[in-house]
Design a protein around this ligand. Structure first.
Ligand SMILES: [Zn+2]
Length: 270
């Protein structure tokens, strides 16, 4: 069972199942990419939006527009047999929706010097100190400051890795703590780069989370962990499940409503 943020996975027509697990030969994929490329040159998709990306998908049954908040684009999914003219007309018909959705996306924030990021809701400033004589990059988090001593011109990927590891550590500790409260065992805790699914729990006790939860306030972070751990007992969203959530998270309703209203803010950190 998982938490979805419906705001980010807007699908107009095609069900998501049809779009997953597409395995095709490389040649087929190349031909489709070429066809999409030709269509971009033939029809003025760019006038609708330069952030519209054409994807020909052999498994798609109907045309669909899918917002990809992480890449800040909208994918126009086109079934293999559909004509490019019909794809263009479909996009044109939904021109205002496309532009509106892109406009609503929060601007993305990189892990650069001087940038403030909310680690578990605490505003934390990134302080990058460049020193060519250093042999390695050293990152420390202390007193709401992320200090990065580095010999790299661009240490942002190292900073990202540090934050992902931090998220994983905190999610792992909290998951085990909550599971112990209800006498359940966790097999593993993993973090993923998902932007529409904040957490999931498998029947055999494997939990996974989006690492970007680290940017949520502590009570929301706590709620998401409680939600997934509660699924170790109830693999549904029944009243009993929600009672369990409540027992596992002190400010559960506050956390739940924060996730519902603001979780789209989490994906802007890159
Ligand atoms: Zn759930």
């Amino acid at each position: 069972m998982s938490l979805f943020n419906f705001k980010e996975t807007i699908e107009e027509i095609v069900g998501s199942k049809a779009l997953r697990n597409t395995k095709n030969t490389r040649t087929d994929a190349l031909l489709r990419a070429q066809k999409a490329d030709n269509a971009l040159n033939t029809y003025p998709f760019d006038d609708i939006s330069p952030d519209l990306v054409l994807k020909i998908n052999p498994r798609a049954k109907r045309m669909a527009l899918r917002l990809d908040p992480k890449k800040q684009i909208i994918n126009l999914v086109v079934p293999k047999r559909a004509s490019m003219r019909s794809a263009y007309l479909f996009a044109l018909e939904h021109k205002f929706w496309i532009r509106q959705k892109l406009k609503e996306l929060p601007p993305s924030i990189g892990f650069n010097d001087g940038v403030t990021i909310p680690i578990l809701g605490n505003n934390t400033e990134i302080d990058i100190i460049y020193d060519i004589t250093l042999k390695t990059t050293d990152i420390t988090l202390k007193n709401n400051k992320l200090t990065v001593l580095t010999n790299k011109i661009d240490p942002t990927s190292r900073i990202k890795r540090f934050i992902i590891n931090l998220a994983k550590d905190k999610l792992t500790v909290l998951s085990h703590e909550k599971a112990a409260q209800i006498d359940k065992k966790i097999i593993s805790v993993d973090v993923k780069d998902t932007s529409s699914r904040w957490g999931s729990c498998s029947q055999d006790g494997k939990l996974s989370y989006s690492w970007r939860l680290i940017f949520a306030p502590e009570y929301a972070f706590d709620y998401v962990v409680a939600h997934e751990v509660a699924h170790l007992i109830h693999m549904d969203h029944s009243p009993d499940f929600w009672m369990e959530c409540k027992d596992l998270s002190a400010h559960y309703s506050k956390g739940k409503s924060w996730m519902k209203r603001h979780s789209d803010q989490l994906i802007r950190y890159n």
